[in-house]
Design a protein around this ligand. Structure first.
Ligand SMILES: Cc1ncc(COP(=O)(O)O)c(C=O)c1O
Length: 327
C-alpha cells in the first residue's frame, strides 16, 4: 500500500467518526519483559491509554459506532458486569451527545471486574442486570424497552462487534505502520467478539505485511472464533468498498490464527493467566484476568511458535479516578 496515513485520512473523511480518543496510542518497547518470555523484541501497543477519561481498545470502535447519532440518543448495549465495552460506551456516550443503557450478565468477581462494574453503575443512565447468563435476553429486552422512555435509541452489539467498529481497529493497525521500522512477526491480542482482531487482520493484509495476528480466545467458542472474526472483517471490507474505499485484496489466506486461552470460562482467571499477570507486573505491566492475562499467557507458552518480534495489543484499561469522577 502506498501510504497508510492517507488511507486513514480517507476513512475518517468518509465515515466521519466522532473523536473520543488520543491518537496515536503509544508503542512501547518492553525489552526486559521480552527477554523474560524469550522474545528478541517485544513491544506493547498501549490501547489501554487511548483516552484519559477511559481507554482500552473499545474506544476505537465507539468512535465509529456513536458517530452521527441525534442529540439525546440512548445507546443500548450488553456485556458482562466487568465488561470494559459497556463501561467505555457509558463513559464516552456523553461526548457523542447521548447516554448509555446497559444489559449485563454476572461474571466472576475479581478486583478488575468489580471496579468496572462500579464505574458502569456510575456512568450509565441505567443498568439492567440479569440474574444469570441464561436470562440475559430478558434483561436486553427490558433495557431496550426502558431506554425508549429516555430518548431515541441506537443498538450497539455486544462487544461493539459491528463492521464500523472493525474499521476503527483497522485504523489502529494502520497507525502501527508509522510506529515500527519492520513489520512484527506477530500481533498477539485477546479475542472476544472478534472486532479488534478482524480489524488488525485487515490492516496487516492491506499493508502487505507477513505478520500473523494471533487472537487468544477468551470467550466461548460460539462468540470468539475465526469464522465470526473473518465474517466481521469481510463485512468491514464491503462497507468500505460501498463508500468507494477499496482495500488491497489479500495475497493469500488472511493471517489470522485463533488459539484457545479460555480455561473454565469467560472472566474466570486461569493459572496460566495468573502466572503471566505476575510476570508482567514484575515489569510494571498491569494485566486483567479476563483478557490481557490470558492473551499474555500465550507468549509464555509459545515455545513451539516461530515468532521473535511481537507486538502485544494491550487492550484493558483499569478504571481510574478520572473514570469515577467525570460525570
Ligand atoms: C479489554 C478487552 N480486551 C479485548 C477484548 C476483545 O475484543 P473483541 O471483542 O474486539 O474481540 C475486549 C472485548 O470486550 C475487551 O474489553
Amino acid at each position: 500500500m502506498s501510504d497508510p496515513a492517507q488511507l486513514v485520512q480517507k476513512i475518517r473523511a468518509t465515515l466521519a467518526p466522532c473523536r473520543l480518543g488520543d491518537w496515536p496510542t503509544p508503542l512501547e518497547r518492553a525489552a526486559a519483559l521480552g527477554r523474560a518470555v524469550g522474545l528478541a523484541d517485544l513491544t506493547l501497543k498501549r490501547e489501554d491509554r487511548s483516552s484519559a477519561r477511559y481507554g482500552g481498545n473499545k474506544v476505537r470502535a465507539l468512535e465509529f459506532l456513536l458517530a452521527g447519532a441525534p442529540p439525546g440518543t440512548v445507546f443500548v448495549t450488553l456485556g458482562g458486569t466487568g465488561s470494559s465495552h459497556c463501561l467505555a460506551t457509558a463513559v464516552h456516550a456523553p461526548a457523542a451527545g447521548g447516554r448509555a443503557v446497559l444489559a449485563q450478565f454476572p461474571q466472576p468477581d475479581t478486583p478488575a471486574s468489580r471496579a468496572v462494574a462500579a464505574a458502569c453503575q456510575a456512568h450509565a443512565a441505567l443498568v439492567v442486570r440479569a440474574r444469570a447468563r441464561a436470562s440475559l435476553p430478558l434483561a436486553v429486552l427490558a433495557a431496550w424497552r426502558r431506554a425508549g422512555a429516555l430518548g431515541p435509541r441506537r443498538w450497539i452489539p455486544g462487544g461493539g462487534a459491528h463492521p464500523r467498529a472493525v474499521v476503527g481497529h483497522l485504523v489502529a493497525g494502520l497507525e502501527l505502520a508509522s510506529q515500527v521500522a519492520v513489520p512484527p512477526d506477530a500481533i498477539v491480542l485477546p479475542l472476544g467478539t472478534g472486532g479488534t482482531a478482524g480489524g488488525l487482520a485487515l490492516a496487516v493484509t492491506a499493508l502487505g505485511w507477513p505478520t500473523r495476528v494471533v487472537g487468544v480466545r477468551v470467550a466461548p467458542i460460539f462468540v470468539a472464533n475465526r469464522w465470526r472474526t473473518m465474517r466481521l472483517a469481510n463485512s468491514a471490507r464491503r462497507l468500505l468498498a460501498r463508500h468507494g474505499i477499496r482495500l488491497p485484496p489479500p495475497a493469500s489466506r488472511i493471517p489470522l490464527v485463533v488459539v484457545d486461552g479460555l480455561g473454565p470460562g469467560y472472566g474466570h482467571p486461569t493459572p496460566e493467566g495468573e502466572a503471566a499477570s505476575r510476570l508482567a507486573s514484575e515489569h510494571g505491566l498491569t494485566l486483567d484476568p479476563t483478557y490481557g492475562a490470558k492473551a499474555f499467557a500465550f507468549l509464555l507458552q509459545r515455545a513451539t511458535c516461530n515468532v521473535q518480534r511481537v507486538v502485544f495489543w494491550h487492550t484493558f484499561a483499569v478504571p481510574g479516578p478520572q473514570t469515577e469522577l467525570v460525570p
